[in-house]
Design a protein around this ligand. Sequence first.
Ligand code: ADP
Ligand code: ZN
Ligand code: ZN
Length: 704
Amino acid sequence: MSYWLQVVVAVPAHSSIAGPLTYKSELPLTVGSLVRVPLGKREVLGVVWEILPDSGALLEMQTRHVAGVLEGLPPLSATWRKLVQFTAGYYQRSLGEVALAALPPQLRDLSSVQLARRLKRPVADTSHTPTTTNLIALSQEQTLAIAQFDADSRPALLFGATGSGKTEVYLRAAARVLEQDPTAQVLVMVPEINLTPQLQSRFEERFAHLGKERVVALHSGLTPAQRLKSWLAAHAGHARLVLGTRMAVFASMPNLRLLVVDEEHDPSYKQQEGARYSARDLAVYRAKIETEDTTHDHGPCRVLLGSATPSLESWQATLAGRYQRLTMSERVAANDGERGSLPTVRRVDMNHQPKHSVIAPPLLDAIAQRVARGEQSLIFLNRRGYAPVLACHDCGWKSECPHCSAYRVFHKIDRTLRCHHCGFTERVPRACPACGNIDIAPVGRGTERLEEHLAELLAGVKRPDGEPPRIARIDADTTRLKGALESQLASVHAGEVDVLVGTQMIAKGHDFRHITLVAAINPDGALFSSDFRAPERLFSLLMQAGGRAGRDARHSGVSEMWVQTFHPTHPLFEALKKHDYPGFAAQQLAEREAAGMSPFGFSALVRAEARAQDVAQGFLNAAAAQAEAQQLTGHGQVTAYPAVPMTIQRVANIERAQMLVESPSRAALQRFLAAWQPTLFETRQQAEFKSLIRWAIDVDPIAI
Ligand code: ADP
Ligand code: ZN
Ligand code: ZN
C-alpha cells in the first residue's frame, strides 16, 4: 500500500516552489517525522507536514518516493510545527526555509549509520543527586516578584534595575518548574552567550544536581557536532534546561514549560537575515501555543521577560494589561547587608569645556582619583578603530571605501584602512593618494585612539602601589581570537586593569565588582538620528553601562556615571540622571503614539539590492504601484511610501534601497504583505528588473 505525504524541504528563498512537496511512501509515516527525499538530482532533508487522504488524483500523479526516514528520532511536535508555520506566515518566508533553518545543520549531512551512532551514545546517568548549592536568601522584592509571577498566568515582564538580582529570579522560577514536573523543560534565552560566560556557569552549577548533561547550550558559537548534540538532547527531552541565543526559540522541546528572555530589549533578538524573526516575540507566541496544546496532559507554559530598560513594545503591553509587570527597583544587599545604590549621573556640558577636549578636565580628574584609590573606571565609546576617517588637509581627500558609500576606518595597530561594511582592507598610504601630500591625518576618534590618548593623559598618575595605571581595551578588534574576550574579561575581574576602554561590548551584562566610574565619551549622535528607535537604544545602553558601576556596595556610595554631551538638558539625559525609565518611556511613547509608530502602529521594510540604485528603487516602486492598481492596500489602511536609498546606500558595490510600509492595524499589514508577495515575485520577473540581485521583507524592523 502507498501513502502520499506533503513534505517540507528547504528551497532557495525565491524559487517558484514555496509550499510543501508531495511524495509517496510505502510505509505509514507520522506527521513531524524527519525524512530524506529526492529533490532534482539531490537528496535533501525534509519534515513530513501532512498525510494526504487517498484519492484517484494522487494515484495518477507522478510522485517520487521518500528515500529514507531518520530512524530513532521522535517526530517534531505539533506545537513546533505550528511555531514554524506561524513564523513563516508572519515574517513572509517559505515554510521550508524556516523549518529547515530551525534544525541543526548537521542533521542534513548525517547518514543513517552516523545518526544511529549519535543516538546510541550512552545516555548520561539520570540519577538525581541532592542539591548541594547553598541558596542565598531572596530579597523582599525577589520574593514578591516570584509570588506574583506564580499567581498570574499572563506573560510577565520583570522590570528590575541592574543589580536587582533578576538572574536569581530566573533561576528560582526555572528550579520551581523543573521540580514540580520531572519531565518539564525550560528555555532561557540571552542576547549573546559569549558576552556572558558567567551566566552559563551559574545555570550549570545551580542545576548540576539534575545529573550530567541536563543543562545544554544552543547558539551559533558551537561546533556543528556540539550543536547537534544539544539539539538531540533537547528534542529527546533529556536536556531539562536549554540556555541559548535567539535561534534557541526554535529548539524542539517536547515538554517546554517555561521560557525566559533575559535582556528582552536587546536588538540581537531580531534575526537580521533570512526569516527576520524576533525571538522575543516568538517566545511569547510559543508559550501561548504550548499552553494550548492538547496532545498530552501538562501544566501551562509560562514566559518571563526581563530587563532594566524594557523594549517600549513590552512596556506598553504591561501598561495595556496584556503582560503583568514585576518590579524590582533596588539593588540586592551584599553579604554585609549594605545595599548597593545606582550611580550618580554627572552630565558634562561640552559647550563649556576647552575646545577639542576629548575627555573634559573634570572627568579626567575623576578618573585619576579612581586610579589613585585603586578603583576601576570604564570608558565607553561606541566606535572602534583608531579614527573613523583619515583625511588630507591639502586637497580634502578622505579614506572613502571604493566599494561602499562609507569611509574606511584607520586602524593604527596594523596601519590599515579597513571598511567596516565590506571588509576591504589596505595598508595606510604613505602620502595622500590624490595629491601626494604626506601630511594625512586621522579625523575623529575610536577606541584605539582613546586608549592611546588616556595613557598620555594619565601618564603622571600613580596607583596606590606607586605603579602607573594599567589601561586596557575591549572591542571587536581585541577579541577576534577565540577565548580572547574571556581572558580579557577575567583580567578585569581579577583587578589587573585600572581603566577599561571599550565599545558597547563592555556595557552589557557583566558583573564587574570594582568599577566605580563609568563614562560615555560621545553619546550625542543618537539624539538626532533619523531612526526613531535611536533614543531608546541610547537610553538603554547608558542605563546598562551605568549599571556596571558600584555593583559592590562597598563602593557604590561613590560610584558615578559620567556623560559628556553638548545637550545636557535633553530630556533623555534628565531621565537618565533620575534613573527614570518609566519617565523616559512615557515621553517616548507619547511621541510614538502621536506619530503612529511602534507599538501604536505596525510596519515592514522591503529592501532591494541591485548594481544600480534606480533598478532597486524602480523594482520597489513598480511593485507598490501594482499593489495600488490591484487595490491591495485596502481603504487606506496600509501606506507604502516611495522607495529611498538606504542610509549606507552602497555596500560592496551593491546599491541598496528600501520601502517603508505602515499600518495602524497589524492584521491589515499582514493581509497586505501576504497578498503583495506574489506581485513582488512577478515584478521581479519583468525584463527591466532582471538585474535585481535580491529583495526581502523585514516585518517589525528594529532599525529604519
Ligand atoms: P541583574 O541581572 O538584575 O543585574 P544579578 O542577578 O546579576 O542582577 O545579581 C547581581 C548580584 O547580586 C549577583 O552577584 C548575584 O549573585 C547577587 N544576588 C542576587 N540575588 C541576591 C540575594 N538575594 N542576596 C544576595 N546577593 C544576591
Ligand atoms: Zn591630498
Ligand atoms: Zn567597503
